[in-house]
Design a protein around this ligand. Structure first.
Ligand SMILES: Cc1cc2nc3c(=O)[nH]c(=O)nc-3n(C[C@H](O)[C@H](O)[C@H](O)COP(=O)(O)OP(=O)(O)OC[C@H]3O[C@@H](n4cnc5c(N)ncnc54)[C@H](O)[C@@H]3O)c2cc1C
Length: 234
């Protein structure tokens, strides 16, 4: 997670997400986490090209490309007669975009809840499955995570990397609870408390106020930015 602005652009900060895939292959993604609305893919492509050029990394012409854009603030699924599961639930963590581990962990319990009532009573099966996906603690944790997302969306762009730096300086068990414990209300609250304690006063105000404010308004379109040798539309 490389926050250096080696892409040479001002504005909403993005980072390079680098994952070794094995076999001399590496995934390199310019990532915006998160923005309302999402940063246009053309901006991310342009920044990635500039960042890699800055480091003298030549991208092979046959490199596989991935275009990624997904919401992290979908409302909880409440359609009648339907169980929202996976990204549709949403099990997506509003601060990370991850959902796969939560879905895998919940799947056997949801299947068992359904099986306990089917085929005799589909309504009871749905109610039991919903209660498994959204116990009260998970609802509160999801609400707290969305407040965290709003705090980030309201940060001045230059403060976003500092916010992540404070979070990643927390003890591992605190980070682990916040990132993985979707029904661990005590752990999530302790992590938020630890983040507050570790932050300076300005960041503290930015962490608390979003709980009292409406959702952050959409950010304006990023200004076109011309990088020498790279077309503005990527
Ligand atoms: C590049 C990338 C990296 C990621 N890395 C991670 C990671 O490391 N860890 C992690 O946890 N998450 C990661 N995510 C996010 C994760 O992949 C998604 O949250 C996850 O795939 C959601 O799974 P899902 O099955 O719920 O939904 P989806 O994968 O969106 O599957 C939904 C399926 O339903 C189909 N569908 C939609 N509407 C209908 C309809 N009306 N009728 C029938 N079918 C329909 C769609 O075509 C799709 O096949 C990453 C995502 C991307 C793009």
């Amino acid at each position: 997670m490389d926050w250096r602005a080696d892409h040479g652009e001002p504005g909403w900060p993005t980072f390079l997400y680098g994952v070794p895939l094995g076999g001399d292959r590496v995934l390199l993604e310019e990532t915006s986490l998160a923005r309302r609305p999402g940063l246009p893919l053309a901006v991310l492509r342009r920044r990635l090209a500039a960042r890699l050029a800055h480091h003298g990394v030549a991208v092979p012409p046959d490199a596989v490309t991935e275009k990624v854009s997904f919401p992290v603030d979908t409302p909880r699924h409440r359609a009648p007669g339907v169980l929202g599961f996976g990204a549709a639930a949403p099990l997506v963590h509003p601060a990370t975009g991850f959902s796969v581990a939560a879905a895998l962990r919940l799947a056997p319990a949801v299947a068992a809840a359904l099986a306990a009532h089917l085929p005799a009573d589909p309504d009871a099966a749905l109610a039991a499955a919903r209660a498994t996906v959204w116990p009260p603690a998970a609802r509160v944790v999801h609400h707290l995570r969305r407040i965290g997302l709003e705090a980030m969306l309201r940060m001045p762009p230059e403060r976003v990397p500092d916010f992540f730096a404070v979070f990643f300086a927390l003890p591992e068990r605190r980070r682990w609870s916040y990132l993985t414990g979707r029904d661990d209300l005590a752990g999530t609250a302790r992590t938020m408390g630890a983040l507050f304690a570790a932050a300076g006063w300005e960041l503290r105000a930015r962490l608390v106020l979003p709980a009292l404010l409406p959702p952050a308004r959409p950010a304006p379109d990023p200004a076109p930015h011309v990088v020498p040798g790279i077309a503005p539309n990527g």
